[in-house]
Ligand binder design. Structure first.
Ligand SMILES: Cc1cc2nc3c(=O)[nH]c(=O)nc-3n(C[C@H](O)[C@H](O)[C@H](O)COP(=O)(O)OP(=O)(O)OC[C@H]3O[C@@H](n4cnc5c(N)ncnc54)[C@H](O)[C@@H]3O)c2cc1C
Length: 468
C-alpha cells in the first residue's frame, strides 16, 4: 500500500504536538497527528493537571482541618475519595473533549490518526491503527515531529511485578480507593506532591528515598525545610534506603524490604507508588530506521534548533531529554513554529527554566541555585527572608517557608528559591525581573500595593551577603 502523503506528521498529542498541529494547519499545511493513547498526553491525563486537581481537594481538606487556627471551628472533614476522583475524571474528560473538538472540527487541515506510529524510513511512518478493521497505514511527509513524551521508569526490584504497584499513570487514570498506607518509592518532585496529597486525604504515607534528603537536586537548605514541613504533617520518611524486594501476602499487605545505613527494614503498606524517574517513549519508534540517534538513556538527540540528524525530523518536549515540564514542551513548539513559519530561529539553551513543586507551601525555582552558582564559579550574594516576616503571611496565617534570592556582581538577579504560600507566583515575579535585566534596587524601590505577597519584592534583598 503506498504511503499517504502529508506536509507534516506529528507523533504524539503532547504539549508541543497539539499547538504545532494548529499552527501548521493555520499556515495551510496538511498535517496528520498520530496519538496512541489519550489526547493531551501526560500533562492533561496523568501529569500536571490531574495531580493539581487531587492536590486541590487535599489542600481543601487541610484548610478545613486547620480552620481552628483562624478561629473557625469545623468538624473533621470527611474525605469522599470517590467524589474527588469523579471530579478529576470529569475535568480531565472535558480537556480531552476540547482537544478532540479542536483537532477534528476546528482545523480542517488536520487529520487525527488514532494509533501507534513507528518509523520505517527517514520520512515515513507505519501506524498500527486502533481501528482493527482498518489495520495499519503508511504515512509520509518531508517534516516529522516526535513528541512522544516519557513514562514512569520502573526499577528492577525482585517481586515488584508480581506484587503489583502504581505509577503516576495507573494512579491518576485508575485508582478508585484511598490507600490506607501508601508507600512511595522516590522522594523527588512527583513523590513529594503525591506524599503530601495522600497524607492530607487521610492515608498513612511513607516516602522511601535513596538520597539523604528529599528532592536532592535542590540546595540542601532549600529541600530540608520542605522535608520538615512534610514530616510535621505526618509523612514518614525512610532516607538513604535502597529497595531490595517486594512481596504481597494473602491479606493483601505489601512488604517492601529496603537496605538502610542502619540495616535492613521491612516496610508494610497497602499500596506502592513507583516514582523513581522517567524513561522516554522511544523504544518502539524504530528510530534507527530513520537514522535518528538517541543518548544512552534513549532520549532523542537534537541540535540547537531541535532538529535530529535525519532531514526534516524534529523532537520536542520530554522525549528530547533535559528539563521535563509542560512549559518547556510548549516552548519547544514555539521554537519550531518560529523557525519554520516565521524565519526566526531561537536557541533553546538560552531560555529560563522556571518550575514549581505544588506542595503547600509551594516551592518556586528559577535560575541558579547556590550549589549551581558555586559549581559554575559565578560570584553571588544571597538574601533569605523568612516568610514569617511578610505582612501578608502573618495576616493569613501562612508563615511557613522563606524567600531566597541570588544576586550577581552587577546587582542583577541570578536566581530565586521561594518556599512560601504563592511560591510559584512570587518566583515568576523574580523571573520577570531577570528577563527585564532589572537591578535588585529597582525591585526594592518599586511601589507595591500593600498588603500583597508582591511586597516581598521590596524586602527580599535585605540580607544580601557574600555567597562564596
Ligand atoms: C505526576 C506528574 C506531574 C507533573 N506535574 C507537572 C507540573 O506541575 N508542571 C509541569 O510543567 N510539568 C509537570 N509534569 C511534567 C509534564 O507532564 C511533562 O513535562 C509534559 O506533559 C511533557 O509533554 P510532552 O509534550 O513532552 O509529551 P506528552 O504530554 O507526554 O505526550 C506524549 C504523547 O505521545 C503519545 N505517544 C507516545 N508514543 C507514541 C507513538 N509511538 N505513536 C503515537 N503516539 C505516541 C503518548 O500517548 C502521549 O499522549 C508532571 C509529570 C508527571 C508525571
Amino acid at each position: 500500500m503506498p504511503a499517504t502523503p502529508y506536509d507534516a506528521l506529528i507523533i504524539g498529542s503532547g504539549q508541543a504536538g497539539n499547538p504545532l498541529a494548529y499552527a501548521l494547519a493555520e499556515a495551510g499545511r496538511r498535517v496528520a497527528l498520530i496519538e496512541s493513547a489519550h489526547l493531551g498526553g501526560s500533562c492533561v491525563n496523568y501529569g500536571c493537571a490531574p495531580t493539581k486537581m487531587l492536590l486541590a481537594s487535599a489542600q481543601r481538606a487541610h484548610l478545613v482541618r486547620t480552620a481552628g487556627e483562624l478561629g473557625i471551628r469545623a468538624p473533621e472533614p470527611v474525605v469522599d475519595f470517590a467524589a474527588i476522583v469523579a471530579r478529576k475524571d470529569r475535568l480531565t474528560q472535558d480537556s480531552r473533549n476540547g482537544i478532540e473538538q479542536s483537532l477534528t472540527t476546528e482545523h480542517p487541515n488536520i487529520r487525527l490518526v488514532r494509533g501507534r506510529a513507528r518509523f520505517t524510513a527517514p520520512n515515513t511512518l507505519h501506524v498500527d491503527l486502533h481501528d482493527k478493521k482498518a489495520g495499519h497505514e503508511q504515512l509520509t511527509a518531508p517534516l516529522i515531529f516526535i513528541n512522544t513524551g516519557t513514562r514512569a521508569a520502573v526499577p528492577l526490584i525482585a517481586g515488584l511485578e508480581a506484587s503489583g504497584y502504581l505509577t503516576n499513570d495507573t494512579l491518576l487514570l485508575g485508582l478508585t480507593e484511598l490507600p490506607e498506607h501508601l508507600l512511595i518509592l522516590g522522594g523527588s518532585y512527583i513523590g513529594v506532591e503525591f506524599g503530601q496529597m495522600f497524607r492530607r486525604l487521610g492515608s498513612r504515607v511513607t516516602i522511601i528515598e535513596t538520597s539523604a534528603t528529599l528532592m536532592d537536586r535542590e540546595d540542601t537548605d532549600v529541600s530540608r525545610p520542605l522535608q520538615e514541613l512534610l514530616q510535621a504533617e505526618g509523612v514518614e520518611l525512610v532516607l538513604e534506603a535502597e529497595a531490595r524486594h517486594v512481596s504481597r501476602n494473602e491479606a493483601d499487605v505489601l512488604t517492601l524490604t529496603v537496605d538502610t545505613p542502619g540495616g535492613e527494614r521491612r516496610l508494610r503498606g497497602t499500596h506502592l507508588l513507583v516514582a523513581t524517574g522517567r524513561v522516554p517513549n522511544t523504544d518502539a519508534l524504530d528510530l534507527q530506521l530513520a537514522g535518528i540517534p538517541t543518548d544512552e538513556d534513549g532520549y532523542v538527540q537534537v541540535d540547537d534548533d531541535l532538529r535530529t540528524p535525519a532531514k526534516g525530523v524534529y523532537a520536542l518536549g520530554d522525549v528530547k531529554g533535559g528539563p521535563q515540564f509542560t512549559h518547556i514542551s510548549y516552548d519547544d513548539y514555539r521554537i519550531v513554529r518560529d523557525q519554520l513559519l516565521h524565519g526566526r530561529p531561537r536557541n533553546y539553551h538560552e531560555r529560563p527554566v522556571p518550575y514549581v513543586v505544588f506542595t503547600e507551601p509551594q516551592l518556586g525555582r528559577i535560575g541558579l541555585s547556590k550549589d549551581q552558582a558555586r559549581e559554575k564559579g559565578v560570584p553571588f550574594r544571597v538574601s533569605r527572608l523568612p516568610a514569617s516576616t511578610i505582612g501578608r503571611a502573618v495576616e493569613t496565617g501562612r508563615t511557613e517557608g522563606f524567600v531566597e534570592v541570588l544576586v550577581g556582581d552587577d546587582d542583577r538577579l541570578l536566581g530565586a528559591a521561594v518556599l512560601c504560600e504563592q511560591g510559584g507566583e512570587i518566583m515568576t515575579m523574580f523571573q520577570l525581573a531577570m528577563t527585564g535585566g532589572l537591578r535588585y534596587q529597582q525591585l526594592e524601590n518599586l511601589v507595591v500595593a500593600h498588603p500583597t505577597w508582591a511586597e516581598v519584592l521590596n524586602n527580599a534583598f535585605q540580607k544580601l551577603g557574600r555567597g562564596q
